[in-house]
Design a protein around this ligand. Structure first.
Ligand SMILES: Nc1nc2c(ncn2[C@@H]2O[C@H](COP(=O)(O)OP(=O)(O)OP(=O)(O)O)[C@@H](O)[C@H]2O)c(=O)[nH]1
Ligand SMILES: [Mg+2]
Length: 311
């Protein structure tokens, strides 16, 4: 498919063209990424979209939750939903991706829905960077509500918050020990915390967990955008809490719409621009091997050598 064909396809709402463009964006080949950038630039920025990042421990119920919430969102006929799932570890991704798709059976069969697992290559640039381009392509294709699902491990979770307007932390009903285990960083950036799987024997425990988190949130400094983080008790199985979750998402969107959304996106773009510069510079380091070896042989201090080479 040529670039023009892909652009035409995306305009017509052909999801195969969208997939093709995302594959280009995920390629480690510069020439292919370049094509993806040109496609995105062709469509220009889409402002009226909502990017919802969802993170949480493996198996906490992210995919099942997105399915219920997604179906709820679709009651509004103007919504078009894209789900991008990211798995930071390439070895296990195959299993997880299949899991994610089967957890979203109902959603994936509905009109106006696009579901795509992000390729999990370990190539320079990282998974999250490619996901950003995938988000932009989905938006270009007219998807106005984007869910980004990611397992919250390592550096990944903070990067997901740098891809989303609204950042959701899913936790399972557990004792205070679990609260200790959650990294502070992730709590600080969560806009809504969902205590999930509040059904069956978990119901009571979910209430206790919600209280604990609510106390922990009181200690947290206010967000820059003045939004007070919310706690929701939900069960994706029983479809409890789903409507109030959606309501909170819409409240949040209203809250940030006029000013903070654009500002936040600009801050994020600055972050990704710097990240991209880092990646590009790092990929060039090997070029200096010969000069480094020569200098070391001559007994030049590595610290001086670096300066000499880069000057
Ligand atoms: N009781 C209960 N179980 C749930 C609920 N939602 C999901 N589960 C179960 O929890 C398990 C994990 O669900 P997933 O939706 O795949 O969780 P996930 O967080 O997407 O998992 P990974 O993508 O592998 O990290 C499955 O066995 C689900 O059936 C819920 O609301 N209540
Ligand atoms: Mg999942």
């Amino acid at each position: 498919m040529t670039k023009e064909e892909i652009i035409e396809g995306i305009k017509k709402g052909d999801s195969r063209s969208l997939s093709k463009a995302i594959t280009l964006a995920e390629s480690s080949l510069e020439s292919k990424q370049e094509l993806a950038l040109q496609i995105i630039e062709h469509f220009g920025p889409q402002k009226d979209t909502l990017r919802i990042g969802i993170t949480g421990a493996p198996g906490v119920g992210k995919s099942t939750f997105i399915e219920s919430v997604g179906v709820g969102f679709l009651q509004d006929p103007t919504r078009k939903i894209a789900v991008l799932s990211i798995d930071p570890s390439s070895e296990i991704s195959q299993g997880s991706i299949l899991g994610d798709k089967t957890r979203m059976n109902q959603l994936s069969s509905m009109d106006g829905v696009y579901i795509r697992p992000s390729a999990s290559g370990n190539n320079l640039g990282g998974v999250a960077k490619n996901t950003r381009l995938a988000i932009l392509l989905c938006e270009a294709a007219g998807y106005n509500t984007i869910f980004i699902e990611s397992v919250g491990v390592g550096q990944n979770e903070t990067e997901i918050s740098k891809l989303s307007d609204l950042f959701i932390l899913l936790i399972s009903p557990g004792g205070g020990d679990e609260l200790q285990g959650i990294k502070r960083g992730i709590m600080e950036v969560a806009d809504i915390i969902v205590i999930n799987k509040a059904d069956g024997n978990n119901k009571h425990q979910a209430q206790i967990t919600a209280k604990e988190y609510s106390m922990a949130l009181h200690l947290k400094p206010k967000n820059k955008n003045q939004w007070i983080p919310k706690i929701i008790i939900a069960s994706a199985y029983k479809k409890n809490g789903i409507q109030s979750f959606i309501k909170k998402c819409l409240d949040f969107d209203d809250h940030i719409k006029n000013q903070w959304k654009q500002l936040n996106r600009e801050e994020q773009m600055t972050y990704w621009a710097k990240k991209n510069i880092q990646y590009l510079l790092l990929s060039k380091v090997d070029r200096y091997n010969e000069k480094i070896n020569l200098g070391i042989e001559k007994g030049v201090l590595p610290e001086r050598l670096a300066r000499d080479i880069l000057e």
